[in-house]
Structures are given as structure tokens and as C-alpha cells.
Design a protein around this ligand. Structure first.
Ligand SMILES: N[C@@H](Cc1c[nH]c[nH+]1)C(=O)O
Length: 371
């Protein structure tokens, strides 16, 4: 079967002007904003050995990767679905000797094996920060603040942070709400799907009230505190209050204690980021553990921003100042204009039409004339 001209595989797309430029502008702005907090940039490759992509973070899974056999090394390589794992690899190998906490920033495309209903794209632009060496409260607050600041720099307003407790079930199952080890995964999935019937069928209805506790932060905390077994979560809830106080009114905070979707490796705390008028999640992060080659574990916290919804919403676009240089215009005048921030469009033949070429101005040899 022949492929129609211009057709791309499902989940892939071209960015055209002016969005392609807006996308690179936003990526740059966000990484600069992150870098101002001391996060130094690293650029891992787009693909690497499959086993190193899955080996560094707990619970990253090979079947979620877009894989291929490399004819050169004869090994299975995979495209990165997420840059965090690669940064973890760098942090415990080539930068393993660096002082902790180690602050690293990154940005670039990632490829997902499968699209989701919410995100039909399989290629996404991710930009983020990882703080390696601590997953304590101060580190979490720093990461959240940097994420919010980076989003603000990109023009996002009305930011919402949805906090979650990714290891809630493990914590409760090991304490006041005992569950046999082989049921933990099933209960987690049912909670994630907010499937009350399924939980009851598994004899785990005691977990049900945790679903209902989700909501605006104050209400959610109040509801959680009213649940008896939640005493096992006391220190977590106190930590969440400290985070809320630190973020203040820079973002709206909500808490969904049982939400796990997309938090494959995060440990005690996770968060999703949303922005007014933007579709779906625009970022995600939390605490996690990196495995060293010698089996040692190291705590970390970080976040990744997903910039495509921002570009789709028109952020990062700048008004064009394009000036037409008629045939015979002085080359030096063009250089001066570009130095002043103009985009110049030089005529190639007599009769080139400035308006059709998207010009807003024309150079008459001495000054700029608005079209
Ligand atoms: N990379 C994760 C978010 C994250 C960064 N650091 C820790 N968690 C994601 O995109 O879901």
C-alpha cells in the first residue's frame, strides 16, 4: 500500500510557522528560568540501550518503549519516553562523583509508544529539572516553586497544582489497613480507576473513603484527617500543609490522595500541573529513587513540563516585524535593520509582493514604511 503524500504516522505531527518558532522560544525560556535556580543543563541522546532506560528508576517498563534493533551495535535500543531516567543515569555514572544535591535541567523531544485519549501525540517536548540527593520537604518545595516560575515565564496563568500520594496504598497496607502483598497492585489500580465496586469485591472497601477525600486542598486534608487510618499519614499531611504554605497564592492547590496514573516511579509525593485555558496536564513531578550501578539507592525529586499544550494555545508567539527589502536595497541597511530586531525579506525578482510574503513594512532606502 502506498502512503499518501504528506501523511505522517499516527501520533506524529509537523509544527509549521509560527508555532515551530514559538515552540523553540518557549523551550528556551523555560530552560533559562530553570537554570537561574542553579540547574545546569544536560542533553542526553534521543535513543539509548533499552536496558539503561529501564534500569535506573524503579518500575520503568520495557514494554512501554518504542524499540528497535541497532544494526551497528546489534543491541536493542529504545527512544526515550521520558528524560528523567536518563538524567538519573548521568547523575549516578558520569556525574556520580559530583557534590550533592546535584541540580540538572533538560529539554527536548520524547517518544511514547502509545498515545492516550487525552494526549493523541506520541512525540512530546519535555523540559524539566531534577534535584538529585534529597527528596525532603525543602527539595520538593524548591522543585514546585521552580516549576511554577518556569511556567509563569512561559506565559501560563491560573496555575493549578494537583498533589498526590503515590505510595499511599503501600503505606496504609503496611500499617493500619493491612492488605496481602499480592493485592496491593490490584487495589492501587482500582483506586486509580475510582472503581468502588471493584474495591468492594476485593474486600478492600476500607480504601473507598480515600477516593472521596479528593478535592481542594483544605477540604481534602480535613476529610483525610477525619479518617481513622489516616493517622498513619500524619507526617505526610503535615508536609503537604507546609508545601501549601510555601506556595501561597502562586497556584491553586488540590489533593487527590489516590491518583497514581502516570506516576510510575514517584514515591511519597507527586504532583500534576495545569494552566488556565490549556488542555490536559502541562507538567508532572515528584519524589523518586535512583538506583546506582552498585545497587545503592539515592533520593531525588524533579519535574517535567510538557510544552505542546502551551504552543497549541498560542503561547510563545511574538508579533512579526517583517520588512521587505526591494531589489537593489543596500545590504548594509539590511544588516542594520536585523541588528535592530527586524526580520528582513529580500526581493528576489521584480514584482515580489511584500504583503503576500507576510511583510508588515517596506524599506524605501532611508526609512521603514508601514504596509
Ligand atoms: N518525568 C516525569 C515527571 C518527573 C520528573 N521528575 C520526577 N518526576 C513525567 O514526565 O511524568
Amino acid at each position: 500500500m502506498t502512503i499518501a503524500p504528506g501523511l505522517l504516522p499516527e501520533g506524529y505531527r509537523d509544527r509549521l510557522p509560527p508555532q515551530a518558532e514559538a515552540a523553540s522560544r518557549l523551550l528556551h525560556r523555560v530552560i533559562v528560568a530553570i537554570g537561574r535556580h542553579g540547574y545546569d543543563r544536560v542533553t542526553p541522546p534521543l535513543a539509548e540501550f533499552e536496558e539503561s532506560l529501564v534500569g535506573r528508576l524503579k518500575s520503568a517498563r520495557a514494554q512501554d518503549l518504542l524499540r528497535f534493533v541497532d544494526p551497528v551495535s546489534q543491541r536493542t535500543l529504545a527512544f526515550r519516553p521520558d528524560i528523567t531516567g536518563q538524567v538519573g543515569r548521568i547523575a549516578v555514572t558520569r556525574m556520580g562523583h559530583r557534590a550533592r544535591p546535584l541540580r540538572l535541567a533538560y529539554g527536548g523531544p520524547v517518544l511514547k509508544l502509545r498515545a492516550t485519549q487525552l494526549r493523541p501525540e506520541r512525540e512530546l517536548t519535555q523540559a524539566g529539572a531534577e534535584l538529585i540527593g534529597s527528596d525532603g520537604l525543602a527539595a520538593v518545595i524548591e522543585c514546585l516553586s521552580v516549576a511554577i516560575e518556569a511556567l509563569e515565564t512561559a506565559g501560563v496563568t491560573g496555575i493549578t497544582v494537583d498533589l498526590t500520594l503515590p505510595d499511599l496504598v503501600e503505606t496504609l497496607a503496611a500499617g493500619p489497613m493491612h492488605l496481602p502483598a499480592d493485592r496491593i497492585d490490584a487495589v492501587r489500580e482500582l483506586l486509580d480507576a475510582k472503581d468502588a465496586g471493584g474495591l468492594a469485591a476485593l474486600g478492600a472497601e476500607a480504601y473507598l473513603p480515600f477516593i472521596a477525600a479528593a478535592g481542594p486542598l483544605d477540604t481534602a486534608l480535613e476529610r483525610l484527617r477525619a479518617l481513622d487510618p489516616a493517622q498513619a499519614l500524619d507526617s505526610r499531611l503535615a508536609a503537604i500543609e507546609t508545601i501549601a504554605a510555601a506556595i501561597g497564592n502562586r497556584a491553586t492547590l488540590t489533593l487527590d490522595p489516590t491518583e497514581r496514573h502516570g506516576f510510575e516511579y514517584q514515591s511519597w509525593i507527586g504532583f500534576s500541573l495545569f494552566g488556565e485555558g490549556l488542555s490536559g496536564e502541562i507538567g508532572r513531578g515528584g519524589s523518586y529513587t535512583i538506583l546506582h550501578p552498585d545497587g545503592r539507592e539515592e533520593a531525588a525529586v524533579g519535574f517535567s513540563l510538557y510544552l505542546d499544550p502551551l504552543v497549541d494555545a498560542g503561547l510563545g508567539a511574538e508579533p512579526r516585524r517583517r520588512i521587505f527589502l526591494p531589489l537593489g536595497s543596500d545590504a548594509a541597511a539590511g544588516r542594520v535593520l536585523r541588528g535592530q530586531g527586524w526580520t528582513t525579506i529580500a526581493a528576489l525578482v521584480e514584482g515580489d509582493d511584500p504583503a503576500a510574503l507576510g511583510c508588515t513594512h517596506i524599506w524605501n532606502g532611508t526609512e521603514t514604511i508601514e504596509l
